[in-house]
Design a protein around this ligand. Sequence first.
Ligand code: SF4
Length: 401
Amino acid sequence: MHLKSRSKPYIIPEYSLTGDLLSFLTCNLQYRYQNKGTLPPSMPIQLWFGEFIHGVMEEAYLKWEEEKLEFPWQWDKDIRPIEEMIDQRLRSRGLFPPSKQYCPEHFPEEKIGVYEFGDNPYARIASARAERSINVWGPYLFPLIDSSEIRLKGIRDMPNYDKKHSRSNHYSVNGVIDVLSSFKINNSTQRTIDSYQNTIVQYLQKDKSFREVLKNKIDNEYEVIIDYKGMRRPSTDSETYKQHEWQILTYSWLREQQKDAKPIAAGIVFYLNELVPSIIDLKLIKEDIVNGKTDVEISKKDKESLLEWDGNENYYPTLSDKFRLDRSIRIIPIQKDKIEGSLKEFDSVVNQIESSLIKEQEGIKIGDAWKAEAEQRTCDACDFKTICQKNKGNIENFTVP
Ligand code: SF4
């Protein structure tokens, strides 16, 4: 009797924008080693703060919802326990805080109320940013939240599908929306956008391109996708700046596939480091202003203060609260044609990843199947530089990150 062999399982490759595509674009080979080789990076400082601030904001929202605690929150009493909980959670995943940014010691209860926040020896820059994020944006953001940590999934055709070589005829796009909010517009019932005395809604109303998008919409209730970034606002000519728009547009396409979705009018990205910029951030902000690579207006006073500053690390230029707020919020209106563009881009990067995978499956060496190309600072912090062809024999040139 002839026994049929079992057919191959039908597996749809899964791709997430942040975990796969952006990481692949940073360096193809590093992505291969980190993601397909399941090796976590050993120096994830940026990753640590990003995960930390997401966790802190999520837990702060849950606390606010349960206790309806009035703002401003006291750092040592209300915020520090959240930070410690998130730190423990991250440690269990192998993510340890950089000690210059975060004090890992337990804050003793008997010290509550003893120090001023600015003089508190337990509070470093990560805590200062967490405190500002909660107390500056929390009062306006938390009441607008409908749901948080929304997992999304969508299916797309595999680009350049070829029955013999491709892994599947489809691929899955995955993503997680940090926060989803919905507003009613032109309607006098609760949650009417016009009647909000809410700074975030005011930023939306002031945004010209958002108002343009609304003109073409006929519904009266819309969703807004919100994403936190544990970083400074990127320069307008940078890849990161474009990628954040790409992320919001992709998420809006994914969200539209869900049954309970309302039309999506905008995305908001919060660059939370802008609330407490470091010396390096200030130098980069100054550079962006000098080179015209910013989309945020600056007042004459702030500009003078920043341009007169010589980079001296013992002295911080004074910047207005308005400027810091303006830099920490970015509105991205959702336009249909732009969504199409971002999905095509998604397909194109998936195609590149799949092509490298196919090459490797066909026996081509990893170093030849995946391109080793990255910015110098990425190579400086890369765990694989000793085995990377690009940097072979060049190790002594690396700076310590
Ligand atoms: S050293 Fe640079 S080029 Fe080589 S894998 Fe790492 S990031 Fe990529």
